[in-house]
Write a protein of this length. Structure first.
Ligand SMILES: NC(=O)c1ccc[n+]([C@@H]2O[C@H](COP(=O)([O-])OP(=O)(O)OC[C@H]3O[C@@H](n4cnc5c(N)ncnc54)[C@H](OP(=O)(O)O)[C@@H]3O)[C@@H](O)[C@H]2O)c1
Length: 328
């Protein structure tokens, strides 16, 4: 990252949290390309983020004093954009980061003049059962009640979360699916399409004070369709291994039971619960009346498709990033 940009017409001074994450990096690129003056609050030097035109400041987000002294530095800001998220999804981490750190930053931002907040959340919070989902919802509620202008963006699945099996297929192994591979579906959204969508929230008044589910372009895609496309791109006959969801239930129960005495296994039980959730819940808008996921009701944005991305990964033109919560 390089020197701070000067402000001009239409430019805002933007504080960004989570700038080193998958979507944070894409969002910083989009904000900088729109001419905003971007200050990223990061926990360690992150030149690897490689976003020219943004400034980074090292901050302990768990410490309000560090936020003010090292992050805000007595300056004025217009907008807070948060792509912050716990890396593990484990309860303590989620409550400290997805909730606590974001609450601290909201207060610090408001004190520094912020009047608008754009929050990256997740579509799965519409049916919460996991600790990190409750932590995200709790922060959404604090933000909505803050009186600041807000846009809460709840995206569907990211490409990295749907790319974890490419290497095993290249090694000649079958594609793993739960059940028949059609238990769930999602409308995958690319990092840059989502980054641009988040950056556009600064100027789009229609998106103010709204909670917005968002997916990528095209039809909803099942795990089976992902596997079929990957085999076609590799020029091989599709081969699937069907994993019963019951198996995950057994794993969760065993780990949770032993986890009462062994904390490390309690953490593994939560990770297994996260895996089970994504094995059985679609990343689409949930119809509150029918209780069913609705692909048609899930809005689309952008132009980059998962299958084009798969083709680029197979050709070696893109590297598949592993999702932190990838099941396989
Ligand atoms: N994966 C999906 O398919 C999917 C779908 C929909 C929504 N979402 C949601 O999208 C959000 C962002 O996802 P992502 O994949 O872009 O996240 P990510 O790559 O895991 O990035 C997380 C960001 O938060 C920062 N962070 C985490 N713990 C921190 C701490 N203790 N102190 C300071 N910074 C900390 C990370 O900094 P470091 O680089 O220093 O670790 C990083 O910048 C998450 O809320 C996720 O739930 C994900």
């Amino acid at each position: 990252m390089t020197a701070e940009r000067s402000e001009g017409a239409g430019q805002r001074r933007v504080l960004v949290l989570g700038a080193t994450g998958t979507i944070g990096r894409a969002t910083v690129r989009a904000l900088v390309s729109r001419g905003h003056a971007v200050v990223c609050l990061v926990r360690r030097p992150a030149g690897t983020a490689g976003v020219a035109g943004a400034t980074e400041r090292i901050v302990d987000l768990a410490d309000p004093l560090s936020l003010a002294r090292d992050g805000i530095r007595g300056e004025r800001f217009d907008v807070l954009v948060s792509c912050l998220a716990s890396r593990t999804g484990l309860p303590d981490d989620a409550w400290a980061i997805d909730y606590g750190a974001q609450v601290h930053a909201l207060h610090a931002g408001r004190a520094a003049g912020v009047t608008q907040v754009v929050l990256l959340s997740a579509i799965c919070v519409q049916k919460p059962s996991l600790a990190f989902q409750h932590a995200k919802l709790a922060f959404e509620a604090v933000l909505i009640a803050s009186g600041l202008d807000y846009t809460i963006v709840r995206p569907t699945a990211f490409f990295k979360s749907l790319s974890g099996q490419i290497d095993r297929l290249k090694r000649g192994k079958p594609f793993l699916v739960f059940g028949d591979g059609t238990l769930t579906a999602c409308k995958p959204i690319s990092d840059d399409d989502l980054g641009r969508y988040l950056a556009d929230c600064l100027d789009d008044r229609e998106r103010r004070n709204r909670v917005l589910p968002i997916g990528g372009p095209g039809e909803a895609i099942t795990p089976k369709a992902q596997g079929e496309r990957l085999f076609a791109l590799l020029g091989r006959e599709p081969r699937f291994t069907h994993v019963p969801v019951r198996l995950l239930d057994v794993i969760v129960t065993v780990l949770a039971t032993i986890g009462r005495w062994v904390p490390a296994l309690a953490a593994k039980a939560e990770l297994a619960r996260i895996g089970r959730y994504y094995a059985t819940e679609s990343m689409l808008v949930l119809d509150p009346v029918t209780g069913r996921y609705d692909a048609q009701a899930t809005p689309s944005t952008g132009s980059e498709t998962l299958f084009d991305y798969y083709a680029r990964v197979i050709r070696g033109e893109a590297a598949a990033e592993r999702g932190d919560h990838a099941v396989f």
